[in-house]
Write a protein that binds this ligand. Sequence first.
Ligand code: BES
Ligand code: MN
Ligand code: ZN
Length: 492
Amino acid sequence: MTIAFTPADTASLAQTEGTLVVLVGSDGALSGAGGAADAAMGGALKRAIASPRFKGKHGEAMEFPFPAGMKADRLIIASTGKDPLDATTARHLGGKIAAKMGKLETPGATVHADGLDAALTAELAAGMKMRRYAFNRYKTGKDADTLGKGSITVATADTDAAKAAFTDADALAEGTFFTRDLVSEPANVLYPESFAARLEALSELGVEVTVMREKELEEIGMGSLLCVGLGSPHESTVVVMKWMGGAEGDAPFCAVGKGVTFDTGGISIKPAGGMEEMTMDMGGAGVVSGLMKTVALRKAKANVIGIVGLVENMPDGLATRPGDIVTSLSGKTIEVINTDAEGRLVLADILFYAQREFKPAATVNLATLTGAIIIALGNTNAGLFCNNDDFATQIADAADAESEGIWRMPLAKEYDDLIKSSLADIKNTGGRAAGSITAAQFLQRFVNDSPWAHIDIAGVTLSKEAKPLHGKGASGWGVATLNRLVRDNFEK
Ligand code: BES
Ligand code: MN
Ligand code: ZN
């Protein structure tokens, strides 16, 4: 499937085949193309818009099958809503239109974006693309193309400007697809080594990719991260991805991701019900990977470093036991109370590594860290923990602008009492109370005072329902927020 831009031409409207989409503006009036279609259809569209059945809400769409006077199979009117469009609402409008279009047949669809400027047109196109994503790789007989059959043509006044603006919006769509693919893959296909191989492919885009395998991680001293993978035949792996598009010597923005390719819980094994969902426990690493792909594709003028810790948490004769004490890269010792609290063990070492090696201007880590964050915030918001109010505001603003839900949670030293160990420097669980907060407190013990945020994405990585920009399944939550965070705060 492709998305192409073509000059707006209302003269040939009645001759267009396939699906036709025209817009209803915030004033409730049809666009120029819509007016032409209405004229060809004997005023049917204006009657529909005037009827109480059409409220004119953002993304509201109505379908007219085999419209009289037109060659099209169907015509869809779609409302931009009462408020003027911005980049995000234009993208969402595209997503809602794509949902209304559903499966396309050849020759596909023509969407008339007259009335929108080039930037909004590009966002509309990107939104359609984002919503059409489907992970069909393991359904035999289905179209292998994630975007399905039929191409989409966007008719616009200035095709060159729209195409140019589409480059950045499309970078985000492609980056988000990379995340969704990684999250959707089963754990027999995506394990630490194969995950690392997919990241190595980013070097084609100019990302400098370094893969560290077990021997090297042992030499470096990542005893905390390594203890998680001891029960797995797969080699724990840390991948560093550098996109240095900014000024030389400028401190980088660092994104760090939990990449547990499957989480059985280890010796503290999880119950069978729903365990198959734990193929998504690499969601944090997935978002970091998608961010790196996005900034590379749009050639961001920023220094961005992504680090992912890739491990598989399995029970085995060699696996870490509850009660084991490990030494982290920082030198701090950790008593492993519960082997199912493995994400923080992975992050402890790569967060410390990131700050020691790269002296970042700011660090964000993303992780499907706790079930407790789903108890607290459901599937609507990710949990944000941050040691710096200004940085927290930057993140929340970026998420708001992208319509990705996020909610700040507290950090406070009082919670540290819950993770005191009698034998080691710290223990890896603090009991049921404040489960997401004690996990964040644990992470904070491995970072310095520079701006740092932990985003717990356990509730938002997989979506149970369709949203404007994605269907059920892997959402890609966070790629858009981090991309904007970089663009608005760490880019020239
Ligand atoms: N990967 C899980 C958290 C999770 C739960 C992610 C549900 C997505 C959906 C994490 O490793 C885990 O098992 N956390 C434990 C921590 C507990 C043992 C302190 C949890 O949340 O129960
Ligand atoms: Mn776990
Ligand atoms: Zn986990």
